[in-house]
Design a protein around this ligand. Structure first.
Ligand SMILES: Cc1ncc(COP(=O)(O)O)c(C=O)c1O
Length: 237
């Protein structure tokens, strides 16, 4: 989840429970696709969508989507027409099928872009890519903890592609965000909703999940905190 930086580790169990109750599961893997493990079939999820612009490091505009047999039957068997032509998955499926009929004009340049990003994933290897995200984000979290900051989720729910840390008391979260952007050209985000002012959200995604970016962020964060008279004893220890 991108708003809280929390990984859901129990997807297979949740999908089982849903199936036992004749319910369906839809998994949002916008922040996880190619950054952390996603096992659509093994976990028994009915429908999954992602995005090209996060861990795939591609341009936005098209949505990777997969629908399992159970969900497909449900979609094809619906008795009322969907309210939106755009979201009519039965129409979209027909368009993908062996005897395609028009549903929309394909965004061909976006599809070529997505294909290239997937080619790069295949070249690196999916498992190797998951490991890179874990290793680089692991170094990021370790460095932030050395600065005295605290990871928001517990370790079992840590999401390497989106790292959330608590804003220490007395520190202005927005001033740190502004400092990193103006001095280091690094954009991190603040918390949303109830967590506004409480968290920083630090992406570690796709091509940019690199140790040199972590090093730059940690240097900038240290300066930004020092500029706010944050107790630097943890930093100097
Ligand atoms: C987990 C999650 N789901 C959905 C979305 C929405 O994706 P989009 O902005 O491509 O519509 C986002 C966007 O950041 C997201 O992080």
């Amino acid at each position: 989840d991108t708003t809280t930086g929390i990984l859901q580790p129990d997807v297979a169990e949740l999908a089982d429970i849903a199936r036992d109750h004749d319910a369906y599961t839809i998994m949002d893997c916008v922040t996880s696709l190619s950054g952390v493990e996603v096992q659509v079939d093994d976990w028994g999820v009915d429908a999954v969508y992602g995005s090209p612009q996060k861990c795939l490091s591609c341009t936005p505009g098209v949505t990777p989507l997969t629908v399992g047999d159970r969900a497909r039957e449900k979609i094809l068997g619906r008795e009322t027409d969907p309210k939106s032509w755009y979201l009519d998955l039965a129409g979209v499926m027909e368009y993908w099928g062996d005897d395609p009929s028009y549903h929309h004009t394909p965004p061909t340049s976006s599809l070529y872009g997505l294909r290239e990003s997937l080619r790069l994933v295949a070249e690196e290897g999916l498992e190797a890519r998951w490991k890179r995200h874990r290793d680089v984000a692991g170094a990021l979290v370790e460095g932030l903890e050395d600065l005295g900051l605290e990871l928001f989720p517990d370790r079992d729910h840590w999401l390497p592609s989106l790292n959330t840390v608590r804003v220490p008391d007395g520190v202005d979260d927005a001033a740190v965000i502004d400092f990193l952007l103006s001095e280091y050209d690094i954009e991190i985000a603040g918390g949303l909703g109830e967590l506004s002012g409480e968290l920083w959200r630090i992406g570690c995604m796709g091509h940019s999940a690199r140790h040199q970016n972590v090093a730059a962020l940690l240097t900038g964060m240290k300066e930004a905190l020092a500029a706010q008279e944050y107790d630097t004893s943890a930093i100097e220890a």
